[in-house]
Design a protein around this ligand. Structure first.
Ligand SMILES: C[S@@+](CC[C@H](N)C(=O)[O-])C[C@H]1O[C@@H](n2cnc3c(N)ncnc32)[C@H](O)[C@@H]1O
Length: 625
């Protein structure tokens, strides 16, 4: 647990809430704080942390509230009031939080902690814009304050002002490369606006972030590709080796240049494997050998050195994964028809293959939902430590990310595909996260007596014959008042993908690695105005399993916002919020004001048809009875 707290401290949070524990950064001396964040003095960091705990484990939340109250009574200073404001903020008691911050600022109008608290409070209430002018003034007056500039970065990011956010994060990282919160923020911004990398003063932050274990490297892939395209000698650029090793490259131009570099190495290999060849091998494993191979290369491979052959294979699933998959317990039989076909697809191509996800400050699920609904919905207490089910968990990326982020009491996942589950299990072991995994068909779950407080089901229901029948089955496992996050394909966003699927169907190639390479080659060479050309913007286009999932699926339904509204109605569910990035949420607020309304979301999607290109991903709530 302390490890998690220390991890949270490294993210640059001002106050940590972990169950009944509250750690105030204000209570830690600045020097100690830096050492904790740098991870330099593990043992002493633990002691310091304990020293700063307002409440020890095992105490009730009520006590957590009392302690700062007492501190305020005895000290009555601006810092205590600001801290109390932050405690109230974390409890969703925004009016009280606001009052405490106001009192703190009445005592000390320049109190940074209080101002940052006000900014975060406004952000939580969906009004981050109101915080920007004051934060800017404070940054100008206190240019060396790291938390202040990081907070301004976060507020900009929340408003979708990614350029301004990147400036703040860069500024902090220049002096504090260990600031994980700013690294994560930078990666988030660059994933939305990769070309901002070209405007950065220190693009080395992109390279350095690729090497940080807690940052999802794929968020940086397009920014790195933009930098490489602008580089005078991309093949000598150190960024190239780093991005090849860590992130799936998703840029056709860069892919072509690297395919040529691989071909040159294959046809005229130097005596020893150059570093580039080893990095290319890593990249080709990440994309599952999706790049085109010429007949000349095929002819040379039989006699080529081993390091050359490693850039081309072996394809397919590692025997260790197949063996591990056999040992996953079975919960239900698998139905015939679509379930059997879908299972075959994902046994051969577990999806998505991944190596890292962003590990920021964990946040309780109730807090997270309060944030997502801009404080308009008060989540029930049981969501603080929910029993979580991830239905159709695939290779476990969201399962493990949810387990890491939301502090569930237990996480259960199931899927049709044993190889996917084996991959998930291996990643869980690597990350030391406890999960319970089963092979099961969600259509066969009737009679399972388990109940859950929250269910995650993204990218699954649209692959069923009857998505609503599957959805209904999952709702039987959800407790009254429980929440569910659902991910469904958008009809509006997927025009280019549907055109690409038709193109591939017309080619008549099988969904084998060679067939997938042929399909990619055809789609990648289409003129930009071809209706299917847009499929190359998808990450999935750049790796074999992704291509199979997106272009060769056996069953795919697509939804519209009105169809989602009708489904929610039919199932007796209440819509809570879409998962959307800062720019989209800001756009919605600018166009339609506060709150959330599906009719307005439909309008927004008509205006900006690619808004839900990934998927519609939204939270909904079951009734209390
Ligand atoms: C596109 S993948 C999504 C995986 C994961 N949810 C994610 O978003 O990363 C779809 C997954 O749903 C699973 N699936 C599809 N139909 C299912 C069913 N009837 N029962 C259980 N799992 C199913 C597939 O095996 C596959 O792993």
């Amino acid at each position: 647990m302390l490890a998690e707290i220390l991890q949270m401290l490294r993210t640059g949070a001002d106050t940590i809430f972990y169950g009944d524990i509250v750690v105030s950064m204000a209570a830690l001396p600045g020097e100690a704080l830096r050492e904790i964040r740098d991870g330099e003095r593990g043992g002493e960091a633990v002691e310091l942390c304990e020293h700063a705990l307002a409440v020890k484990p095992g105490h009730s939340t009520a006590r957590a509230e009392e302690l700062p109250e007492r501190a305020v009574e005895s000290r009555g200073d601006a810092s205590s009031l600001a801290w109390l404001g932050t405690v109230r903020r974390s409890q969703g008691r925004y009016a009280e939080a606001s009052e405490f911050y106001r009192r703190a600022l009445a005592l000390d109008p320049e109190h940074l902690q209080a101002w940052m608290g006000v900014a975060m409070l406004l952000t939580l209430q969906g009004n981050a814009a109101a915080a920007v002018p004051r934060l800017r003034e404070l940054v100008a007056a206190h240019p060396d304050s790291v938390p202040l500039r990081a907070t301004l970065g976060d507020v900009h990011c929340d408003l979708g002002a990614y350029g301004s956010a990147v400036e703040c994060y860069e500024h902090v990282l220049d002096g504090h490369p260990e600031h994980l919160g700013c690294r994560l923020g930078l990666a988030r911004c660059l994933s939305h606006r990769p070309l901002l990398a070209l405007r950065m003063r220190s693009p080395r932050h992109v390279l350095e972030s690729l090497e940080v274990e807690e940052v999802d490297p794929d968020l940086l892939a397009r920014a790195a590709a933009a930098l490489l395209r602008a580089s005078p000698s991309p093949l000598e650029d150190p960024l190239l080796l780093s991005v090849l090793r860590h992130a799936l490259l998703t840029d056709l131009g860069v892919e072509r240049a690297l395919t040529q570099a691989r071909r040159d190495l294959c046809l005229s290999p130097p005596g020893d494997a150059p570093e580039l060849a080893l990095a290319l091998t890593d990249q080709c494993r990440l994309n599952e050998f999706a790049w085109p191979v010429s007949p000349e290369e095929v002819a040379r491979l039989a006699t080529a050195p081993e390091w050359v052959r490693a850039m081309y294979g072996p394809e397919g699933i590692a025997p260790e994964i197949v063996e591990r998959g056999r040992r996953i317990p079975t919960l239900t039989p698998i139905s015939g028809g679509t379930s059997a076909e879908v299972r075959r697809l994902y046994e051969a191509n577990p999806y998505p293959l991944w190596r890292r996800f962003s590990r920021g400050a964990p946040i309780d699920l109730d807090q997270y939902l309060r944030l997502l609904t801009a404080g308009e919905w008060e989540p029930p207490d049981f969501l603080k430590r929910p029993r979580l089910l991830v239905a159709g968990c695939g290779t476990g990326r969201e399962l493990l990310s949810a387990a890491w982020t939301w502090h569930p009491t237990a996480v259960t996942g199931f899927d049709l595909s044993r190889t996917s589950l084996a991959y998930a299990q291996r990643m869980a072991e690597r990350l030391d996260i406890e999960v319970e995994l089963y092979q099961a068909d969600l259509l066969q779950l009737d009679g399972w007596e388990r109940r859950f407080d929250a269910i995650v089901c993204t990218g699954v229901l649209h692959h069923l014959d009857d998505p609503l029948a599957g959805w209904r089955r999952l709702l039987e496992l959800l407790r009254p008042g429980g929440v569910m996050v659902v991910g469904l394909y958008s009809e509006t966003a997927r025009h280019a993908i549907v055109a690409a699927q038709e193109e591939v169907r017309g080619m008549g190639v099988p969904p084998t690695p060679a067939g997938i390479r042929a399909a990619r080659a055809r789609l990648g060479s289409l003129p930009p105005d071809h209706p299917a050309a847009g499929c190359a913007v998808l990450r999935d286009f750049y790796h074999t399993s992704g291509c199979r999932d997106v272009l060769f699926h056996v069953q795919e339904h697509r939804f519209t916002v009105p169809r989602i509204a009708a489904a929610l109605d039919e199932l007796g569910l209440t819509f809570l919020a879409f998962e959307a990035d800062g720019a989209v949420r800001h756009l919605y607020r600018t166009l339609f004001g506060a709150g959330t309304n599906l009719a307005y979301w439909e309008k927004l999607e008509q205006l900006y048809p690619e808004t839900f290109l990934g998927m519609y991903q939204f939270w909904c709530r079951k009734g209390d009875r």
